[in-house]
Structure formats: structure tokens, C-alpha cells
Design a protein around this ligand. Structure first.
Ligand SMILES: *Cc1c(COP(=O)(O)O)cnc(C)c1O
Length: 361
């Protein structure tokens, strides 16, 4: 047996072991072709099936209505920061954003190249430790953009903000994709770099309601128009075939274990075990995010004694609990417990945190 660490890195992040094992098994000879999936033409019937199976599994697992287009793009979620305003701008109409941290700010900065941006609310006053509640969106906005989960601060929108019915809601779901059952009809666009909650780095999942594909200005660069890729089922040019194949294996695995409802159940259980341990530590550990804004995916916390934080990270690492250092803007510790993190990983972490407290209190 290979020794596997419990990997709490925020991204690229842990993938389910059966997925990696299957990839390993198929790597030299993909389904009797005598070639690796990495080497096969993207126009071959073997790759074509992988590609479409992966798209269809997204539709099935997320329960997407038939007018939602699933796309596999490149450039990371960061490229969507400019592709969103480029594709959704409407002349003379404001683009409205909620600022919940570093990723929101980056998205806002890109949108400013395309027109009038209104930041409707921000949680910067408390270093992004909460999700703003008082939100007043305009009826004439081109779109509303949120960061669905704030990977760095450990905050998450537990429900969607209410937007006027004529205004599409766009969410950066890079770190909360498929982590619970949602109603996709509440969204116009969802996008996610795959490397946190779905697969390896190198592919970005973009889901767009079809009526929104027609807005893009004619003169925009071909590769940056969503409709270029939508029209060709993400085969306009060579897709990142290996990354899409690995996402397909992840999606099949998710389906096998019971789909998104089962992921939600597991994610809530994992998060509860960890937050309960933090809250029950008598103040030795202190959660960073406000309780009603806590993320299911990234659990951020500080130690009462700041000097112990790096020691805890190092001792955790020595035990095979990897990637627990908090982001530099928050400090402390962060456990990223994405879809693929097994419950045993969270239990091992809690056991370690308790022992560390006993020894250092
Ligand atoms: C990691 C992350 C990104 C950046 O993704 P890239 O694929 O590296 O561009 C954007 N948004 C959120 C919420 C993230 O967690």
C-alpha cells in the first residue's frame, strides 16, 4: 500500500483515491487502444466519448436544465474574471459585485475594463470574515457577481442572494462546486477552476444559461467568447484532454457514491466535526469566520497563542496532516476539506488538534 497523506491544501487539492487508482490502471493502455489518453487525438471516438461523458455527468449530477451549456475551458477561474464581463456586458448597464475578499477584488478589477462596476456590498471592514447581508441590487444591472466560497477566509454563501428576476447571478464556485445541492435555475453562470473540488489543475468548468451566450460583442477575440466554445462543445481547439478525463473519473466516482446529496451529507458532517472541535476548545482555537458565514470547505482558525501557530502546522505535517498553514492575509491555520477529503482525514486532524492543545496549553 502506498502511503497517502491527509492533504488539506487549498488547491490543487486532494482527489479521491479510487479516482487516482483508476487513472493509474488505465494510463498505459486506455481502453484497449494501446495508447495513453494523453496521446490520443482529441478528434478520436475514444476521447470524444470521455469529453461528452464528462459534460453529461456535470449536467446530470447538478441537475442542470436543458438550456444550460457546460464548457471545459482553459486559463483558470482567473480568466473568467475578464471573460464574465466581456461576455455579459450590456452597454450603459452597471455590473454589480459583492466584495468578499481577494478573489472578488480580482474579479472587480477586471470588470472595470469593460464598463461601470458597482460594488453593492463588502465585508472588507472586518477583513472579510463574513458574508454581507444587506444587499440592494439594481433592476437594470447587466449581472450580479459573487464569490460563492471564499477559500482564503473560510466564508461561504449558504444561500444565494436575492437578485431581481431579470438579472443573472454569476458565481465563482471554484472552491464550492457540487459541495451541496443547489437550485441551478438561480444562476445564470457558474465557473470553477477544477483543481479544488473536481480534479487536477488545467481545466475550468464554465456553466452558462444559453440565452446569455448572445450578448458578447462581435469584435471580441474568438477564443474569449463563450459562444465560440459552446457552439463546438468545447472542441473549438484542443481541449486539456488529460484534465477533462480526470474530471470525468471524479464525476463518475461522485455518481457512484450517491451524487451531490451524498457529498452534501458528508461535507456537513466533516465540517461539523471540525467546527465543534474548534468551538469546544475553550478558546485555545478560535474560528476566523463569523458563525453564520462559515464555509463547508475551508475551515479557518487561529490559535489563542499566535506563537504556537507555526509549531502546530509543523507538527501536523510531521504526522501526515499536510497543508494546514493559513493564507498569509489571515494567518493561523486552514483545513481545506473539499468533496474528496475523507471523513477519516478530518477525524485524524481533530485528534491531532486535541493532543496539541493538551501538550501546549
Ligand atoms: C483558487 C481560486 C481562484 C483562482 O483559480 P485559478 O484557476 O488559479 O485561476 C479563483 N476563485 C476562487 C474562489 C478560488 O478559490
Amino acid at each position: 500500500m502506498t502511503k497517502r497523506a491527509y492533504n488539506f491544501y487549498p488547491g490543487p487539492a486532494t482527489m479521491a483515491l479510487p479516482v487516482i487508482e483508476r487513472a493509474k490502471k488505465e494510463l498505459l493502455d486506455f481502453q484497449g487502444t494501446g495508447m495513453s489518453i494523453m496521446e490520443i487525438s482529441h478528434r478520436s471516438k475514444e476521447y470524444d466519448k470521455v469529453h461528452h461523458d464528462a459534460m453529461n455527468l456535470v449536467t446530470e449530477l447538478m441537475g442542470l436544465p436543458s438550456d444550460y451549456k457546460v464548457m471545459w475551458l482553459q486559463g483558470g477561474a482567473s480568466s473568467q474574471f475578464y471573460q464574465v464581463p466581456l461576455n455579459l456586458q450590456l452597454p450603459g448597464k452597471p455590473m454589480e459585485y459583492v466584495n468578499t475578499g481577494v478573489w472578488s477584488k480580482k474579479a472587480i478589477a477586471e470588470a472595470k475594463h469593460y464598463g461601470d462596476v458597482r460594488v453593492v456590498a463588502s465585508s472588507e471592514d472586518k477583513t472579510f470574515s463574513y458574508i454581507p447581508k444587506a444587499l440592494d441590487f439594481s433592476d437594470d444591472a447587466a449581472f450580479v457577481h459573487i464569490s460563492g466560497n471564499n477559500t482564503i477566509y473560510g466564508t461561504e454563501w449558504s444561500e444565494e442572494p436575492k437578485v431581481p428576476s431579470s438579472v443573472p447571478l454569476v458565481s465563482d464556485t471554484s472552491s464550492n462546486l457540487m459541495n451541496r445541492v443547489i437550485d441551478p435555475k438561480k444562476y445564470g453562470v457558474m465557473y470553477a477552476g477544477a483543481q479544488k473540488n473536481l480534479g487536477p489543475a488545467g481545466v475550468t468548468l464554465v456553466i452558462v444559461r444559453e440565452d446569455l451566450l448572445g450578448r458578447v460583442p462581435e469584435k471580441a477575440p474568438t477564443m474569449l467568447k463563450w459562444n465560440t466554445h459552446a457552439a463546438k462543445d468545447s472542441m473549438f481547439n484542443t481541449p486539456p484532454a488529460l484534465a477533462i478525463y480526470l474530471c470525468k473519473l471524479s464525476l463518475e466516482y461522485i455518481k457512484e457514491i450517491g451524487g451531490v446529496p451524498e457529498l452534501e451529507k458528508r461535507n456537513k458532517k466533516k465540517a461539523k466535526i471540525l467546527y465543534d472541535a474548534i468551538d469546544g476548545s475553550g478558546g485555545f482555537y478560535k474560528g476566523y469566520a463569523e458563525k453564520d458565514s462559515r464555509s463547508l470547505m475551508n475551515v479557518t482558525f487561529n490559535l489563542k497563542d499566535k506563537d504556537l501557530e507555526s509549531k502546530a502546522v509543523e507538527e501536523g505535517f510531521a504526522r501526515g496532516l499536510v497543508g494546514l498553514k493559513g493564507h498569509r492575509s489571515v494567518g493561523g491555520m486552514r483545513a481545506s476539506i473539499y468533496n474528496a477529503m475523507p471523513i477519516d482525514g478530518v477525524k485524524a486532524l481533530v485528534e491531532f488538534l486535541k493532543e496539541f492543545q493538551e501538550k501546549n496549553e
